[in-house]
Design a protein around this ligand. Structure first.
Ligand code: ADP
Ligand code: MG
Length: 464
């Protein structure tokens, strides 16, 4: 009797591990990811392969870091994820640490995200007007930096053609258009104020700038929030898309699209395919969907579905709750994996989710699923980052590179283990790079203002 139950427990355990093994990556596999990312970066930079490359390596026209002499009041907008924000940033000469900021968060209603572009931009301008009034600055005309965290083709700092929406955005009539013009048109329609749109900024670039304001070794910006992306300082001579060969320019990698031509097929699972199929952009942003906050919870839910269907979880009972898309938010991964959390509390989270029939054994398994999915995300992200820092090292012909990566994004900041797994992977896969990670405080707001401030300083100097 006892023997039978022991062997059936072993069988269950083996069955569970077999499913989880599909989500575990070996060192060799991660090295493969790093190598392929490196290849894709080169393909994105080169003129002849750019159109076919998944990682677009977009020029940002950001070439200089703040030097401390910037000064003035700037408006910043932050659009590109969960919230939309309007900010007023006061930059004072030589006072690097005392940038003064005021900001207000606005919801982007589903209708605006998925309606027409005009509706979306009218809503944005309405929020700016509200913010100016709230700050007692109605009618003010300030230089503005627009953090717009979607892939844009830029040919100068204050212009950018939206290549495609990501992260659930869908507004019509925007893809293929210059988003700065869309913003200016909406301001014009409102007839209430005028703004000098100086810079279109990706959130990765804002993050790098903010961290670079304090640490000059910071030449990489990383986001792990709703989506994931990276920028870094590349040699102009490697950037075939831009004329002129001197110095460096920041490249917005748009690495979330890595894998869209099958580069990650070896590692992709049925769970990833299920998440992709029901997303707003099937077949797109493959790497992002394995890493970022918008998707990890859904991957976990799909794994739990599989376990339950196989009779290995929740006594094999498939509840309507578990079948509901989106119930398992990524913040639960953080909660469930929190070291202080007892299993009893995991169970209460599951109960809160309406997954009531869970046993203690179920809680252990759910926690393991969360851990495996987050670990894979962090390792994939680390493998990509290893390719980036190693490329920078090779660009400079250095046996060893010391570099800082500025990071923003709630998943990176709040998950109890994500950052550790990611740092460890970078250390393992890029041993010749000594990488320091610093968290940016509000990279997308402050960064956009700093980039605007630098551009204004250079512009003013040119006029003198
Ligand atoms: P954005 O990337 O949109 O600018 P954030 O950096 O705040 O914004 O990231 C939002 C994402 O973070 C959401 O997709 C959400 O799933 C995830 N998230 C929110 N809270 C947590 C948490 N406690 N742990 C892990 N991820 C979280
Ligand atoms: Mg953000």
């Amino acid at each position: 009797q006892e023997c039978a139950s022991l062997s059936s427990r072993k069988r269950v355990h083996a069955g569970r591990q077999r499913i989880l093994d599909a989500l575990r990556l070996s060192q060799e596999q991660l090295l493969d990811v790093k190598r392929r990312m490196g290849e894709e970066m080169n393909r994105g930079l080169a003129k002849e392969s750019h159109d076919q490359a998944t990682v677009k390596m977009l020029p940002t026209f950001v070439r200089s870091m703040p030097d401390g002499t910037e000064s003035g009041d700037f408006l910043a907008l932050d659009l590109g994820g969960t919230n939309f924000r309007v900010l007023l940033v006061r930059v004072r000469r030589w006072k690097r640490r005392s940038v003064e900021m005021h900001n207000k968060i606005y919801a982007i209603p589903q209708e605006a995200m998925q309606g027409t572009g005009e509706e979306l931009f009218d809503h944005i301008v309405h929020c700016i007007a509200d913010f100016l009034e709230y700050m007692g600055m109605k009618g003010a005309s300030l230089p503005l930096g627009f953090t717009f965290s979607f892939p844009c083709h830029q040919s100068k700092l204050d212009q950018g053609i939206l290549l495609k929406w990501t992260k659930g955005f869908k507004a019509t009539g925007c893809e293929g258009e210059d988003v700065v013009t869309l913003l200016k048109d909406a301001i014009y329609r409102k007839e209430e104020f005028d703004l000098d749109v100086v810079a279109l900024v990706n959130d990765t670039v804002g993050t790098m700038m903010t961290c670079g304001y304090e640490d000059p070794l910071c030449e990489v910006g990383l986001i792990v929030g709703t989506g994931t992306n990276v920028c870094y300082m590349e040699e102009m001579q490697n950037m075939e898309l831009v004329d002129g060969g001197e110095g460096k320019m920041c490249v917005n990698m748009e690495w979330g699209a890595f894998g869209d031509h099958g580069e990650l097929d070896d590692f992709s699972t049925d769970f990833d395919k299920a998440v992709d199929e029901h997303s707003a952009n099937p077949g797109k942003q493959t790497y992002e969907k394995m890493i970022s906050g918008m998707y990890l919870g859904e991957i976990v839910r799909n794994v739990l579905l599989e376990f339950t269907t196989k009779g290995l979880l929740f006594r094999g009972k498939l509840s309507e709750r578990l079948k509901t898309r989106g119930i398992f938010e990524t913040k639960f991964l953080s909660q469930i994996e929190s070291d202080r959390l007892a299993l009893r509390q995991v169970r209460s989270i599951l109960q809160h989710l309406g997954l009531t029939s869970s046993t203690c054994d179920d809680s252990i398994l759910v926690k393991e699923v969360c851990s495996v999915v987050a670990c894979r995300a962090a390792q994939l992200c680390g493998a990509g980052l290893a390719a980036v820092v190693d490329k920078i090292r090779q660009n400079r012909n250095l046996p060893e590179l010391k570099i800082t990566v500025g990071v923003d994004g709630t998943l990176y900041k709040l998950h109890p283990h994500f950052s550790n797994f990611m740092h460890e992977t970078v250390r393992d896969l890029a041993p010749q790079c000594k990488v320091t990670f610093i968290q940016s405080e509000d990279g997308s707001g402050k960064g956009a203002a700093l980039i605007t401030a630098v551009a204004c300083r250079i512009r003013d100097a040119g006029q003198r």
